[in-house]
Structure formats: structure tokens, C-alpha cells
Design a protein around this ligand. Structure first.
Ligand code: GLC
Ligand code: MG
Length: 685
């Protein structure tokens, strides 16, 4: 072909000699147009189409030569449709772009992983012992990962596994970048993390920025006054016999100062004397903490639970703290309840530090789908606004949430109105736009099933999983595990050694997996670091999995519903009623037909609840789920809803009438969104 073209050009006109003709081509246009369009005729005159000779060679089609294409493409019957098509395509593209921009602009933010699933707390020593030494370990957790999947749980917080002399069971860290051999090796941790990620689970670590173990390398160097480490801890002048630098007391009791003969000074410890407080005013210490954060995040850990944060800074002036009872003789000031902690907790600068840590974490959060989560632990009791500070500000992020410990007080006064009061404490004080969370148990507090009473455990789980925000489940709560009784000789917790009633052993007993030896916690030897609860024959995972009406089965169903039903995830939460017995609230989402009414009896008596004054509710309500399975499917008139003590009812109803517009003071929403049923999407509203 190129040679043919060259010949044609040489002779000043285009000849199509050896071209192969398209057998499908019909030159009707040429015939038709002859004599009719002078412009086109002129153009075509430059091309000699010798159809008889060259075009007879009917070979497979090899495309039109450029000149033929140019010739025909300028004709109106080709050009016009082509232009129409072109502009149509442009319009479609623009329309598509506009739709995409609208969808992006109208879509609400997706919930992150830490919002979608409850956080399950594994107390490592007690969860599953794989090697038979009586203490739970990392391989043990790996063996039990399916348990989380069964429960529809995605986020798992594991208590400390750093190398530690175990004076406070891992909260006394000797090396922040190593795993204690009691719990396994770094390889076991890597394997566990990889397997968790394979299964779509997130691992949250405990992080302890306030103190180290007295066996930590830094502390040794500090005692030795190594110039670089001299100020890594809080030292003050004192000697063996002289009074302590001030009246400060440790959380575990007695003075928070201990004399160190080596250095000849006292060091501060807000917890055990084996847990010296770090001096976070020292920039080198802060950098060490940041390096540790990087170490674990680079490994792929998904977040941190920041331990004991309110204790991170102390007043440098070291003045005495005010006594709660000014008349008490100073020598009797020995417990944390004797003082107002004006100089040892929540000091100015604390939040700047946490926000600095947070910023370091956010660097890793930029990886798509790899948000790194931070929760803070601070018991501020009556000073709820201090707790709320850990949420940060709209411009300065801090933790995703500070743990909400208020529901731990439910047993103090168990009743409908008290439950509402505790819930409301959080909801009314939480800064706008933040995400709530709920804790009903942990390794530092008596199990709520024991302190509130076993009959309430299902109702408490039902409330936990239907309130807005992220629930926390301490291992065993999903099966209704209770505290164990501990004798003095069985006691392990250092906090209990000072004051037996403060021992945290009762809530740390081995997880009850089945009815076999050691409740399946350790099936190799007969050792368990704390006794197994005697009720393990009935209260265990295996037995409850088989029973559809068990605490475990209800936990699973509630959690499944929580994750699949939009009103629970991001709908409105509105108070309906609270009295001596009943706490009632609803969950609804704009545009979503299904809504849920909860009626939970935290009282001591059966109750008949009359909700006839609530016009937005339908006259009849059907029970989707009761904590007493006998009542599943039961129909109640809204004027007569019957509940027994410890019974919770979840009622599902269909309506487009919303409660919240008429009762804004009773309602809250986080991550607000509306639902468009016709196309099944959420949009900003
Ligand atoms: C936190 C932990 C607790 C520990 C203390 C000291 O409060 O939850 O178990 O003893 O910090 O690290
Ligand atoms: Mg072990």
C-alpha cells in the first residue's frame, strides 16, 4: 500500500490501485450525488475511483483508506449524526459528572470501624490459655477468633502484653517494644494480628504513657543520674526518715512517694511503688512515647486504649492537695478518696500532650481503610465536663471517645429513672457532633451481673446494644459471667493487698468456654491463675450457643440487628419514659419506615407501662424480641405494656410519623443522616 500511495501522490492525484475493497461498501452516495452537489463533486473529482479494475479483488476487508474516509465523513448525512452523537456523549458525561458530584455532596460520612462494632475487651490473662501454664496468652486468643465473628464483633481491645514483671499484671511495663514471654513472643503477636486482619477484625492495644515498671531501663538510668535520663521520672528531695515531699497518695493507697536509696531521693508513683510516673514535661520522654506509638502503628495495630490519662501530668510546685475532710489528721490521709486531686490529675497541658499523640496516629490513619482509633481512660466521677475534654475540639482532634463509665454506677440505684439519668449524663454533656459510647464492665470494676443482680444482665445487654454509639463488652458479659469469690490466700491483685475489698480479682476469673476441665480455659493442666467460677457448667459459651434463648444468643441477635438496622446505627435516640421500674426510648431514622421502641424494666416489680399519650406511636406494638423469649411476637396495646423486673422488650413498628420533630429536647442524634427508601440510600439532611 505505501508504494501505491506514493505513486498516486507523484502524479498529483490520488489513485486507488491496489486497495482492497470493502465488499459491504455500496457507492450509492456517489451515484446519487453526481450532478446534484457541485461542492462535493469537485472534491470527489480529485479522487479517481477505478472500480472496474482494482476493486474487483474482493479480499477480506482491510479498512477504508484515509482519503475515502475524509471524503464521506464531510457529507451531511454522516457529519450531522456524528455531531449529534458527539454532543450527546458530552451531555451524558456532564450529566454523569453532575450526578456524581451531587451524590458525593449529599452522602453522609460513612461510619468508621470503631463506630460500627462494639469493642470487646479481652483481659489477656483470663481469656484462653494455650500452653497450660494457667495464664491466658496470645495464641489462646488466636484459637478463639471465631468467637468474635459469631458475636458479630469487629474490634478487640487486648489488655497489656508488653514485657513486664507483672506487679500490676502488665500495667507495669519493662519494655514497651517487646512481648512478655508469659503471653507469647513477638512472632505470636504478628501472627495474631495477621490472622485478625484476615478475618476482618481490628486490634486495639493498651497504651500506658503515665508510668513504667521500676525495672524499665530508663528507671535504672534515672536512679543512676545518667545525664540523659536523670529527669525521666519525677524526683523530689527526701530521705529515709524525713516526711514525704507532700501529702499525695497513690490510687492503690498510701503515699505516692517512695524513697530510693540509690539516688537518695523520692520518686513519684500514682499507682504501685513498682510503677514510677514518667516525667512527661521532659521533651525526651515525650519523644520516647511518640516513638513507641510509631513502633506499634507501623506494625499495623489499629488503635490504642490510653491508660490512666488523667494522671499523666502533676503540678510542678508539688503543693499538698486539699483534704476532703479538713479535720482528718494528716497521718490518716492514705486513700485517693481522702484528697481532692487538684495537683495530680487533669493538669494544664494534658490535652496538648494527647493531641500531639493523636496527630502522630493520624499520619497512619491516612492509609485508606486504616483508621487508627484512640480511646482514653479517665474516671472523673462527678466532673463529667473533664471527661468530655478528651473528645477534643472541632479543630483539634483528641480521642475518638473517652470511655463512658457512668453505666457502671447502674447497680447503685437500679431503676428506670436512674438508668435514664446515667444515660442522659453522657448525652447532654457530650460535645456536638461527637460519638457516644457505653461501658458496663472492665477489669477494674465488679461485674455488673454481680453488683446489679443476675436478673438484669439481659436487660443491661439489651440497653447496651440499642443505645446510640459504641458499646464495650468485657469478656464474659456476653454469657452473663459473674464475679468469683476470692479468699485471702487466693488473692493476686496488688490493689487488694492494701485493701481486700478493692481487689479486682473477682472480675478477672477465667473465661468460661465450656463445661469441661477449667471451663475450657486451660485444657492441658489443672492450673488456672484465678479460680474458675463454679457456675461454669451452665454459664459457658458452648452450652449457650446451643440454646436459642440464652444470654449469648440474645447478645448475638441484638448485635446483628444493631449492625443491620439503620435506625440503630445512626438514627435518632429519644427518651419516651422513665419511672421507678421502666426506662423506655426509641430509635428512628428520617425516611425509614421501621422504628424501634425499647421498654426495659430495671425495677424490682412487674410494670404496666402506659404510652397512650405518645401520639407518634401506633396503637398496637408487636414484640420483636424480649429478654424473656416467651414474649417474643407478643402484641401489646400501647396503653398496657407489661414487663417483669429485668425484662427488656424491643418493639418494631412501621410508620413515617417521626417522634423527634415534636420533641427536640428529648432526642439526640450523632452522624445524622436521612434515608431514601425508593433507592435505598442515606443522604445528608
Ligand atoms: C488503669 C488500668 C488498671 C491499672 C492502672 C495502672 O486504671 O485499667 O488496671 O492498674 O491503670 O496502670
Ligand atoms: Mg499461657
Amino acid at each position: 500500500m505505501p508504494s501505491t500511495m506514493a505513486n498516486g501522490e507523484e502524479s498529483g492525484r490520488v489513485e486507488l490501485k491496489n486497495c482492497i475493497r470493502n465488499p459491504g461498501f455500496d457507492d450509492a452516495d456517489a451515484a446519487e450525488n453526481t450532478g446534484s452537489d457541485p461542492g462535493e463533486r469537485q472534491e470527489s473529482a480529485t479522487v479517481k475511483l477505478d472500480t472496474d479494475e482494482e476493486y474487483n479483488q474482493l479480499q477480506p476487508y482491510a479498512g477504508m483508506p484515509k482519503e475515502v474516509l475524509l471524503l464521506y465523513s464531510t457529507r451531511a448525512r454522516y457529519r450531522v449524526p456524528r455531531e449529534i452523537l458527539f454532543w450527546l456523549t458530552v451531555c451524558c458525561m456532564l450529566a454523569l459528572l453532575a450526578v456524581t458530584i451531587t451524590v458525593i455532596a449529599l452522602s453522609p460520612r460513612c461510619l468508621s470501624w470503631w463506630q460500627v462494632s462494639p469493642v470487646y475487651q479481652v483481659y489477656l490473662r483470663s481469656f484462653k490459655d494455650s500452653d497450660g501454664d494457667g495464664v491466658g496468652d496470645l495464641r489462646g486468643i488466636k484459637e478463639k477468633l471465631d468467637h468474635f465473628l459469631e458475636l458479630h464483633i469487629k474490634s478487640v481491645w487486648i489488655s497489656p502484653f508488653y514485657r513486664s514483671p507483672m506487679k500490676d499484671f502488665g500495667y507495669d511495663v519493662e519494655d514497651f517494644q517487646d512481648v512478655d514471654p508469659l503471653f507469647g513472643s513477638m512472632k505470636d503477636l504478628d501472627d495474631l494480628l495477621a490472622e485478625m486482619h484476615n478475618k476482618g477484625l481490628k486490634l486495639i492495644m493498651d497504651f500506658i504513657p503515665n508510668h513504667t515498671s521500676d525495672r524499665h531501663r530508663w528507671f535504672n538510668l534515672s536512679r543512676n543520674r545518667d545525664p540523659l535520663y536523670e529527669d525521666y521520672y519525677i524526683w523530689a528531695d527526701c530521705n529515709v526518715t524525713s516526711p514525704k515531699p507532700n501529702n499525695w497518695v497513690s490510687v492503690f493507697g498510701n503515699s505516692s512517694w517512695t524513697y530510693d536509696d540509690f539516688r537518695g531521693q523520692c520518686y513519684l508513683h500514682q499507682f504501685l511503688k513498682e510503677q514510677p510516673d514518667l516525667n512527661l514535661r521532659n521533651p525526651r520522654v515525650r519523644q520516647e512515647i511518640i516513638d513507641i506509638i510509631h513502633f506499634w502503628l507501623a506494625k499495623g495495630v489499629d488503635g490504642f486504649r490510653m491508660d490512666a490519662v488523667k494522671h499523666i501530668l502533676e503540678a510542678s510546685h508539688l503543693r499538698d492537695e486539699p483534704q476532703v475532710d479538713p479535720n482528718k489528721p494528716p497521718e490518716l490521709i492514705t486513700t485517693e478518696w481522702d484528697l481532692y486531686h487538684d495537683y495530680t490529675t487533669s493538669q494544664v497541658g494534658l490535652h496538648d500532650l494527647l493531641r500531639e499523640f493523636r496527630a502522630e496516629m493520624d499520619v497512619y490513619s491516612r492509609e485508606p481503610g486504616n483508621y487508627r482509633f484512640m480511646a482514653t481512660e479517665s474516671y472523673d466521677y462527678q466532673e463529667v465536663d473533664k471527661t468530655m475534654m478528651y473528645y477534643g475540639t472541632p479543630l483539634l482532634k483528641e480521642s475518638d471517645f473517652p470511655f463512658n463509665f457512668y453505666l457502671l454506677d447502674l447497680p447503685q440505684n437500679i431503676s428506670g429513672w436512674w438508668a435514664k439519668h446515667l444515660v442522659d449524663l453522657w448525652m447532654t454533656n457530650m460535645p456536638r457532633g461527637k460519638w457516644p459510647n457505653w461501658v458496663v464492665g472492665n477489669h477494674d470494676r465488679s461485674r455488673i451481673s454481680s453488683s446489679a443482680g443476675k436478673i438484669y444482665i439481659r436487660a443491661i445487654n439489651m440497653m447496651l446494644l440499642t443505645l446510640p454509639g459504641t458499646p464495650t463488652t468485657y469478656y464474659g458479659e456476653e454469657i452473663g459471667m459473674e464475679n468469683i469469690n476470692i479468699t485471702k490466700s487466693q488473692m493476686q491483685d496488688p490493689a487488694g493487698k492494701y485493701n481486700m475489698s478493692a481487689s479486682r480479682d473477682p472480675e478477672r476469673s477465667p473465661m468460661q468456654w465450656n463445661g469441661d476441665m477449667n471451663a475450657g480455659f486451660n485444657n492441658k493442666t489443672n492450673i488456672t491463675w484465678l479460680p474458675v467460677h463454679p457456675d461454669y457448667q451452665t454459664v459457658n459459651v458452648e452450652a449457650q450457643m446451643k440454646d436459642e434463648g440464652s444470654v449469648l444468643s440474645q447478645y448475638r441477635s441484638l448485635n446483628r440487628l444493631r449492625q443491620s438496622e439503620l435506625p440503630f446505627q445512626r438514627g435518632w435516640f429519644c427518651y419516651i419514659l422513665a419511672d421507678t421500674n421502666v426506662f423506655s426510648y426509641l430509635r428512628e431514622l428520617d425516611g425509614h419506615k421501621r422504628a424501634y421502641l425499647m421498654v426495659i424494666n430495671f425495677g424490682k416489680q412487674s410494670a404496666t407501662t402506659d404510652l397512650s399519650s405518645i401520639q407518634e406511636l401506633p396503637a398496637d406494638l408487636k414484640v420483636l424480641m424480649s429478654t424473656n423469649p416467651v414474649n417474643d411476637g407478643k402484641l401489646f396495646q400501647k396503653s398496657r405494656i407489661l414487663t417483669e423486673p429485668g425484662e427488656g422488650l424491643m418493639m418494631q413498628y412501621s410508620t413515617y410519623t417521626r417522634f423527634h420533630p415534636n420533641h427536640p429536647a428529648e432526642c439526640f442524634v450523632s452522624e445524622k443522616a436521612c434515608y431514601m427508601e425508593t433507592i435505598d440510600i442515606l443522604y445528608k439532611c
